[in-house]
Ligand binder design. Structure first.
Ligand SMILES: Nc1nc2c(c(=O)[nH]1)N[C@H]1C(S)=C(S)[C@@H](COP(=O)(O)O)O[C@H]1N2
Ligand SMILES: [Mo]
Length: 318
């Protein structure tokens, strides 16, 4: 991830990456508003190489982190689901270099009091101090991992754009670029990949936007440069390589629900008692361990999230 001079700032204001991250954390902690002048830009290298990883130092730890044994960097970056690169677990790593993530911008629009616009990745990240969140990740295919993500609370971004009372859901879109995503050329799903959260879910402190893992910026196979992570839901809710965040009134039609409605719903909360037609959800295979383990309700995050679903029929709202 190269730091490039923004067209409107002087070279004396350009900051090296490590200072930049520090400053961003400082700025975030001091509550500076969106769009402070002189923020460094993540520049376009224009090449065909996957973006090189950069260190993200000085991460605040989180009380929400698990102390379970971490999956290795190798496991987390070579066993992936990212259908835009292909159906096999090895495909995302194999074809990750075909995607260019610099420059990157995110369209933010819908029922908000802030301007609807294309924001540079820099604009999106600038006010938010980054922290490490070590979360369990549970795929609906009944495998799981423990991943040290780097990110910030989605709630902080949501609040910053000041949703109006008509904003009842947040809808997200992954990049649509068939020239670089071979899975999109093959139409192995209906693209762009769409996901959504109810507003209270988006405001839950566990929901984060992720920019890195293991203290480094994301590799393309994990959803560079910006992806969602909602740890109490099956992994398909946590979409990758986000280019659009929209505040909407209606429940979004999420990709897997559109694709196979009788197998995938909107809520997709991890639930050992509600089986998927093709996979029992009672147990899971932790990548790297031999024995299967019991799946926990809400992936073990019930204390933080169960209240949002009080009175809801969790079997019907898979
Ligand atoms: N755009 C997009 N996002 C996606 C997917 C995908 O195919 N496309 N796969 C999902 C699924 S099924 C899972 S389990 C997680 C896997 O994230 P990881 O590869 O970083 O472990 O990404 C999710 N996000
Ligand atoms: Mo998944």
């Amino acid at each position: 991830m190269l730091i490039k001079q923004a067209p409107d700032i002087r070279s004396s204001e350009i900051t090296p990456e490590h200072v930049y991250y520090n400053r961003r954390q400082f700025i975030g902690a001091s509550g500076a508003a969106l769009g402070a002048a002189g923020a460094a830009l993540l520049g376009g290298s224009g090449g065909v190489q996957a973006a090189p990883q950069e260190d993200i130092p000085n991460l605040a730890p989180s009380p929400f982190s698990t102390d379970e044994r971490l999956n290795s960097f190798e496991e987390i970056t070579s066993y992936n689901n990212f259908y835009e690169f292909g159906l096999d677990k090895e495909d995302p790593k194999r074809y990750a270099h075909e995607l260019t993530v610099e420059p990157w911008s995110v369209r933010v629009e819908g029922h908000i009091n802030r301007p609807a616009a294309d924001y540079t990745l820099e604009d999106i990240l600038q006010p938010h101090p980054l922290e490490e969140r070590i979360y369990r990740l549970r795929c609906v295919e009944a495998w799981s991992m423990v991943v040290p993500w780097v990110g910030f609370p989605l709630a902080d971004l949501v609040r910053r754009f000041e949703p109006t009372s008509r904003a009842r859901y947040v809808r997200f879109e992954t990049l649509y670029r068939p020239e670089e995503f071979r899975g999109q050329r093959r139409r192995n799903l209906t693209y762009p990949y769409v996901e959504g959260l109810r507003m209270d879910e988006a405001l839950n402190p566990l929901a984060i936007l992720v920019v890195g893992l293991y203290g480094k910026t994301l590799l393309n196979q994990n959803g560079a440069p910006l992806r969602l992570m909602v740890p109490w839901k099956y992994g398909f809710k946590s979409l990758k390589s986000i280019v659009k965040i929209e505040f909407v009134e209606e429940q979004p039609r999420n990709t897997w629900n559109v694709e196979i409605p009788h197998e995938y719903g909107f809520y997709a909360n991890v639930n050992p008692e509600v089986n998927h037609p093709r996979w029992s959800q009672a147990t899971e295979r932790r990548i790297g361990s031999f024995f299967r383990q019991r799946t926990q309700m809400f992936n073990g995050y019930g204390d933080q999230v169960a209240h949002m679903y009080a009175g809801m029929d969790l079997a019907a709202n898979y």
